[in-house]
Design a protein around this ligand. Structure first.
Ligand code: PEP
Length: 253
């Protein structure tokens, strides 16, 4: 089973509308001849429209970095999945380590956000990953198991089949420390075997599992050559069209 490579850029709290439009326009040019690779970018909510306009016709999907669990109501400051969909988003990034560890989001809340996103017609990109103390305590598989079990709770097999997973070890995000290809592959293989046992072989075969954590143009090809790594979720290196395009090229290597 071959899974189409997928490179996604998380712009985090960077790039207001003008800067998002500029980067989107540059990506449109640099990624025009990228071949069979899916690309998505996740701007801050205020820059979604600018990113969509700048990348129009380039086959670059745009996603929202977070959603609230309710569609409308007295929830000042939040964005709903339905509104993100209406604004033109395809994906919702959920459970990013900064949402978990800076904003204290629980596995259960993230699971609710997965449901809210699917109900609104957004495709969830669910992030999972252990902290350094959890890795040092030998808890990697237990943490991944818990985050998957709760994050996907209550979904039908068909719904699980629409989810993209991103394994992002917390100790590798924004630190310049990348998991070695072997370390990443080991966890990706565990995720795939978990999907096979918990759901079905077709889900294990078709679900794309991206790696995230200090991916750069210089290390992308080696990470992406691992059998169970289907793409990358990129933070810092997604803020430059040159480096992001270099990572996309790494998926072809
Ligand atoms: C991220 O924000 O999801 C991420 C992986 O960041 P970085 O590539 O900067 O480590």
């Amino acid at each position: 089973m071959s899974r189409r490579p997928f490179i996604a850029g998380n712009w985090k709290l960077n790039l207001g509308p003008a800067a998002a439009a500029a980067l989107g326009a540059e990506l449109k040019v640099r990624l025009a001849a990228r071949g069979d690779i899916d690309v998505a970018v996740f701007p801050t909510a205020l820059s979604i429209t600018a990113a969509l306009q700048a990348t129009e016709g380039a086959g670059i999907s745009v996603g929202v970095q977070n959603v609230y669990v309710e569609a409308t109501g007295a929830f000042t400051g939040e964005n709903s999945a339905a509104m993100a969909r209406e604004a033109g988003c395809t994906y919702a990034l959920l459970g990013h380590s900064e949402r978990r560890h800076v904003f204290g989001e629980s596995d259960a809340l993230i699971g609710q956000k997965v449901h809210a996103s699917l109900a609104a017609g957004l495709l969830p990109m669910l992030c999972i990953g252990e902290t350094l103390p959890e890795r040092e305590a030998g808890q990697v598989e237990a943490v991944i198991h818990r985050q998957l079990e709760t994050g996907l709770a209550g979904l039908s097999e068909a719904q699980v089949g629409t989810v993209t997973l991103a394994y992002e070890p917390v100790w590798a995000i924004g630190t310049g420390v990348t998991a070695s290809p072997e370390q990443a592959q080991e966890v990706h293989a565990f995720i795939r075997s978990w999907l096979r046992e918990r759901y079905a072989p077709w889900i294990a075969d078709e679900t794309r599992v991206l790696y995230g954590g200090s991916v750069k143009a210089s290390n992308a090809a080696e990470l992406l050559s691992q059998p169970d790594i289907d793409g990358a979720l990129v933070g810092g290196a997604a803020l430059s069209a040159v480096s992001f395009a270099g990572i996309v090229a790494g998926a072809l290597a």
